[in-house]
Design a protein around this ligand. Sequence first.
Ligand code: NAD
Length: 351
Amino acid sequence: MDKIKTGIIGAGGISEFHIKGYLADERCELYAVCDINRARAESCAKKYNIPHVFTDYNEMLKLQELSAVSVCTWNNTHAPISVAALKCGKHVLCEKPMAMNSREAWGMLKAEKESGKLLMIGFVRRFGNDAAILLDFINNGYMGEIYYSKASYLRRNGCPGGWFSDKKRSGGGPLIDLGVHVIDLVRYLLGNPKALSVTGVAFDKLGDRPGIKNPKEYVTADAGNGFDVEDMAAAVIKFDNGAVLNVETSFSLNIKEDCGNIELFGTKSGAKLSPQLELFSEQNGYLVDVTPAMDTQLNFNGLFENEIRHYLDCITEGKKCISPAKDGVEIMRIIDSIYESARTGREVVIK
Ligand SMILES: NC(=O)c1ccc[n+]([C@@H]2O[C@H](COP(=O)([O-])OP(=O)(O)OC[C@H]3O[C@@H](n4cnc5c(N)ncnc54)[C@H](O)[C@@H]3O)[C@@H](O)[C@H]2O)c1
């Protein structure tokens, strides 16, 4: 079978994880790389032996033999690049967030339908073995009716800088960057209910913590000094199945340490994902805690390998995509509504 010739668009931090995922799957051949920063594209091509290098994605998309791409660029380019790639007949794996807003996301979904190709969104947390096992418990009725949930992704001093804190290129701060991961994961585990309404708040109290000397864990390749996004956001989201999600995200917050978790609360059992999947229920008249035995939790590389393998399964075997564009659109509708609620101070009903 011919290998799937694949292109990487955007050769920054996250592209490395996509590339390692492709390299781990022999159905794929890394064929082209594109970055507006020529030196970065060339260095990536050299490091991973990728034969074709571009600085303009439109030129790259002219390669007839190229079948699939990963879009690993700034958020403001996800929509135009994905639409162009679909129009050129390529399958697309687009990084989260799907787009800057739901209007762009709808346009991407339309382009996917017209192209007959796949547009998958990189909600990588869906590909953890902990999420898969928890979903299995949920689908088998172990948790009963899940009516309340909490999700957090909080960093004490964790704005990556550069485009991440430049609203024109990011669309927002921790809510659109980190919140999408946990909101999506909760919604996925709840069976993808539709959001009915949100009440949100967003703050810019600490900004990028100027003056703090402690080193950051992750700084983007093109870090700069600007900061015009929120540094903390929180929301309550009501879904059409009656469930409620309480979510909090931050780049900067006076909290003891960075943390990320999701917790679900059902009539028969509760569950939390971090640091390890655990379920809390009742048995023989006692409160019991259940820790499913599983292979060690996947690290970031493992999540991406699973995500890329699934993308290639969808392309080669027509497998049903578990991270489809329509779910990306729904998440963008929720994100738009949280920002609107934070701006207006009112609950936003999602039509
Ligand atoms: N799934 C995850 O857990 C995860 C983690 C980090 C980042 N991301 C997402 O991945 C994307 C990239 O983030 P990153 O951390 O790699 O950023 P980055 O700044 O390290 O890399 C982005 C690269 O895209 C290039 N680029 C920008 N516009 C381009 C264009 N029009 N054509 C070609 N190249 C272009 C930049 O020059 C840069 O090299 C973002 O959407 C981010 O939200 C996802």
